[in-house]
Design a protein around this ligand. Sequence first.
Ligand SMILES: Cc1cc2nc3c(=O)[nH]c(=O)nc-3n(C[C@H](O)[C@H](O)[C@H](O)COP(=O)(O)OP(=O)(O)OC[C@H]3O[C@@H](n4cnc5c(N)ncnc54)[C@H](O)[C@@H]3O)c2cc1C
Length: 313
Amino acid sequence: MKFLLVHAHLEQKSFNSALTNHAVVVLREAGHEVCVSNLYEMNFNPVSSRENFTTVADADFFKQQREEAYATDNDGFAPEVLTELEKVEWCDVLIFQFPLWWFSVPAILKGWVDRVFAYKRVYARGHLYSEGAFAGKKALISVTTGGPETNYSPLGMNGEMDKILFPIQHGMLAFVGFDVLPPFLSYSVAHISDAERQEMLDAWADRLRTVATTEPLGWAPKITEVDETGQDILPRFLTHFTIITEPPADVLQAENAMTARLKAQSILQSLHLAEDRRQGWLTLRAASLEDVERILQSLPVYPYLQFETTRLK
Ligand SMILES: Cc1cc2nc3c(=O)[nH]c(=O)nc-3n(C[C@H](O)[C@H](O)[C@H](O)COP(=O)(O)OP(=O)(O)OC[C@H]3O[C@@H](n4cnc5c(N)ncnc54)[C@H](O)[C@@H]3O)c2cc1C
């Protein structure tokens, strides 16, 4: 496979650089082709302007998407942008390697997305998500943080990591067609031991070796499942469940695998357990109440639980 790694860290001795360098070695050893866009080393200019283009659609009024559409039709992207565009078009897997900055990507990487993911060439009305230009390619983000994992847990003061990464994983990557793989997260990298950092590098290598078989996150909408107002055509249901008899361990294990599958298929939207773990709530995305019943009956824990479902507004 062909991998493009977009690296956003200035310091060559940083842990981000260690992750990128390790990725290059591991992927090449596995027989893959690897290209790195090291944004600071390239002195990549992240500021979008007329310098994105060699053509001009409207000299009086700068509207970036209009210029992008014109450049798409008239071979008008500046070399700095075109080179990056062609790298993304070349790759099968796009990786972003970056430190979390202000709950987001560093500006140099945001600017790379601003300039490279150009209207008409990469996305357009009706050419989003499953119909985006990069459909069929995979994307994976590898993020380091200052804060520990607990800060990003459901009760964490920073909010859940999935939500923090949503603008990147959904708004930038899934939006233009990528199948987004679960993120690789290295928490609190400056406040842990060398041995722990080495474990992270080993875990990163394992993730890279299994990219081809990793299930993508399941929440990217299919354009065929969206109506003309841009809303999902399937309704949501809230199911309350109560445990009647404690399920055996092997059933719970099978249940975990089923839960992951339903999440990946965008059917299970959320799952909450009460503190006593005797009851909980599911939000499901399904065509009808009958469909929900069919899904519930497919759960390994179904015989042990009692369910009550309400359609949500
Ligand atoms: C502007 C800004 C905004 C920020 N916003 C946030 C935020 O919103 N949330 C948050 O949690 N954090 C935030 N941070 C913190 C930031 O995310 C972390 O500082 C960053 O993720 C740490 O990664 P690094 O690569 O810079 O680590 P470094 O400090 O470079 O590295 C950590 C340690 O790893 C060591 N190391 C390097 N190579 C190896 C190797 N091969 N093996 C083992 N060890 C190695 C280094 O020597 C160092 O001791 C922010 C920081 C800045 C500057």
